[in-house]
Design a protein around this ligand. Structure first.
Ligand SMILES: [Ca+2]
Ligand SMILES: [Ca+2]
Ligand SMILES: [Ca+2]
Ligand SMILES: [Ca+2]
Length: 230
């Protein structure tokens, strides 16, 4: 199923920030056990805003910081291919490190992927558009080995996630669906070996499952049983 093989696209520049931060942390953790002095960590490029704060830049070179009326850094626009048009936008939203990177990797003027970082500069999720649109409609959450452990989908394109796949290895373990689009899951599917085993349903809208559908080997419902709440 191709939907399970979303590549964790990251641009080289987008990868640089966490690598730089990690290398700075790694080198500062030597604490006398190193025989020779480690080389000084590469300086993280920063800029000082009108508000007096230092903001981390993703890369040296062409960038255009944009501050709001209070002098707080809103975003930095980067021109990676030097054609005079921005092709990467780092949304700082007043934070020292960027929260979201919009990457236009094919330089056609529209973002192709969206990288989300936490305050430590670690990549949290990668958004992309399945139809090549201007907004993400699928988000992959990388695990420790870089493979996705969770994927969120916006299937109706309203900008709100309505389906979650939780993965074990390369296969889907659980799918949660918000069928009535009220922001809460109401269907929970348990998959094994690529086959739907059972599906729990919340039919009265209290957020808890109350019926379980069991499926046979051909995907047919073989049993419907009530789930009693303790
Ligand atoms: Ca450019
Ligand atoms: Ca593009
Ligand atoms: Ca949606
Ligand atoms: Ca719901």
């Amino acid at each position: 199923m191709d939907t399970f093989e979303l590549p964790l696209t990251r641009s080289a520049v987008g990868r640089r920030l966490p690598i730089v931060l990690v290398s700075v942390l790694a080198l500062s953790g030597c604490e006398g056990f190193c025989r020779t002095e480690p080389p000084p960590p590469p300086p993280v490029p920063t800029i000082k805003g009108p508000d007096g704060r230092e903001y981390v830049l993703l890369a040296k070179g062409g960038n255009k910081p944009i501050f709001d009326a209070k002098g707080v850094l809103d975003r930095v626009e980067y021109d990676r291919n030097g054609d005079g048009k921005p092709d990467q936008i780092a949304h700082h939203n007043g934070k020292r490190t960027p929260e979201i990177l919009d990457n236009d990797d094919d330089f056609d003027g529209a973002a192709d992927n969206w990288l989300y970082y936490n305050e430590a500069g670690t990549l949290v999720k990668v958004g992309s558009s399945r139809k090549g649109g201007t907004k993400p409609d699928v988000w992959a959450f990388p695990g420790p080995d870089g493979k996705p452990t969770r994927q969120e989908y916006d299937d109706d394109g309203d900008g709100q996630m309505d389906r979650v796949e939780r993965l074990k290895g390369d296969v889907v373990d659980v799918i949660e669906i918000d069928g009535d689009r009220n922001g809460k899951a109401d269907r929970w599917q348990r998959w094994e070996g690529g086959k739907l085993q059972y599906e729990d349903l919340d039919t009265n809208g209290d957020g808890k499952p109350d019926w379980r559908l069991r499926y046979g080997p051909k995907g047919e419902v073989v049993k419907m049983e009530p789930l009693t709440q303790p």
